[in-house]
Design a protein around this ligand. Sequence first.
Ligand SMILES: CC(C)(COP(=O)(O)OP(=O)(O)OC[C@H]1O[C@@H](n2cnc3c(N)ncnc32)[C@H](O)[C@@H]1OP(=O)(O)O)[C@@H](O)C(=O)NCCC(=O)NCCS
Length: 174
Amino acid sequence: MSIPTVKTSRLVLRPFTVEDAIPLHQILSTPGVLQYYPRSDPPDLGRVKRLIQAQLDHWDEHGYGWWAVETESENTFIGWSGLQYLPETDEIEIGYLFSKPYWGKGLATESAKEGIEFGFNQLEIEVIVGIVHPENIASQRVLRKIGLEFQEKAKYFGMECFKYQARTPNQKIA
Ligand SMILES: CC(C)(COP(=O)(O)OP(=O)(O)OC[C@H]1O[C@@H](n2cnc3c(N)ncnc32)[C@H](O)[C@@H]1OP(=O)(O)O)[C@@H](O)C(=O)NCCC(=O)NCCS
């Protein structure tokens, strides 16, 4: 499918390309970035390339996926943001990961709002979840700012997590 490019006031959300592999590898190798992921050891470059290809395939299969995120001002690649299908629970998750120097500027929130809007308005998804490590406070703050609410503790990816959720505002009650 043709993956849409979306602009926000400070960001460009665009399809991943193979050129993103090296900067993404650098971001994922920075201590702390993968701290709250089930596999927190940095992936090698080959695995990063496979991750990028898997995202492009995911867009093809589902019509949504992670965008590569770059700054609008300098076109610097800074991470990913978007929706992902979770086959184990048949849910759709909003996710994001950014390069450390870009944390704390509201950029995850700015990008994730687009993912939520794309899911609810364009794809007419009914429910979007956010799955987060209980100690990942920044991510939980982002989830709340984009309208998700805490649901329950639950096991995902073999890890105890907090599950957040939002339901489409467009949903009609039968
Ligand atoms: C989680 C992450 C995406 C947040 O990105 P960000 O661009 O800094 O997020 P934002 O600036 O939009 O919002 C972060 C919020 O958390 C708050 N915050 C950050 N660290 C915090 C902490 N330790 N305790 C409490 N609040 C914290 C910020 O103040 C901000 O809230 P505010 O707008 O009310 O002030 C970023 O830290 C990251 O990439 N982490 C590594 C990958 C990751 O964990 N992804 C999520 C997996 S579920």
